[in-house]
Design a protein around this ligand. Structure first.
Ligand code: HPA
Length: 215
């Protein structure tokens, strides 16, 4: 579902879901939606996800801005495209200026907003404790099953990206909690009010008016 509206100063287009790589094995399921957003004139893609923490000082129910990602799956939605534009730079894929704005707004609201590196695990199974140890050693702070393909597509389309992880659990083996989808949903629900208030404030104040199509 595509919702069109306005948050604060900014017109917004909201997708009420996304396709994940683990649903079919294909990682280009968000190609058309991203193209639609681009054609609508969107200049910024704001993403949210649920993620497991890889750091003992990043507890469940906290919020983490993505500063970077590790494409552990080494899959790309750009495979099969032609032209030199497919060789997209992924440096500063998560826009530094938008992150700074988001952190400023969170600080004003008294919300702790962590920042870290997100590792994309393909899923849908959760990780093994050995995989979690590996991700930690690779330099990741959180792990999840989404977001990275959309970031690649957005950067390919020159959209600026901001992404927020709702930390729903400690990675496998880092705590005694039993991981399940129900647990993820209930933990995400527990932080959703804080997260959505913060997001509305961030989106409403993003200093990046879209370029409207002229025709
Ligand atoms: N691993 C992968 N994806 C996730 C997790 C996790 O621990 N928690 C929420 N999404």
């Amino acid at each position: 579902m595509l919702w069109l509206g306005r948050i604060g100063a900014n017109p917004v287009a909201v997708l009420s879901g996304r396709q994940h790589g683990y649903q079919s094995g294909a990682v280009d399921g968000m190609k058309l939606p991203l193209r639609v957003l681009k054609e609508l004139g969107c200049a910024v893609l704001v993403q949210t996800n649920a993620a497991g923490s890889l750091r003992l000082d990043l507890p469940a129910q906290s919020l983490m801005l993505l500063s970077d990602h590790i494409n552990v799956a080494q899959r790309s939605p750009l495979v099969g495209e032609g032209g030199s534009e497919r060789f997209v730079s992924m440096v500063d894929a998560y826009d530094p200026a938008l992150r700074a704005q988001a952190r400023e707004i969170a600080a004003r609201r008294g919300i702790t907003l962590y920042q870290g590196v997100y590792a994309w695990a393909f899923g849908p199974q959760f990780e093994t404790p050995a995989e979690i140890r590996m991700f930690r050693q690779l330099g990741a702070d959180a792990v999840g099953m989404s977001t990275v393909p959309e970031t690649i597509l957005a950067r390919r389309a020159s959209l600026r990206v901001l992404a927020l992880s709702l930390i729903t659990n400690m990675g496998a083996g880092l705590s005694n909690e039993h991981l399940s989808h129900a647990h993820t949903l209930s933990q995400a629900q527990a932080v959703s009010a804080v997260a959505s208030g913060l997001l509305a404030d961030i989106i409403g104040n993003i200093d990046a008016l879209p370029q409207y199509p002229t025709a």
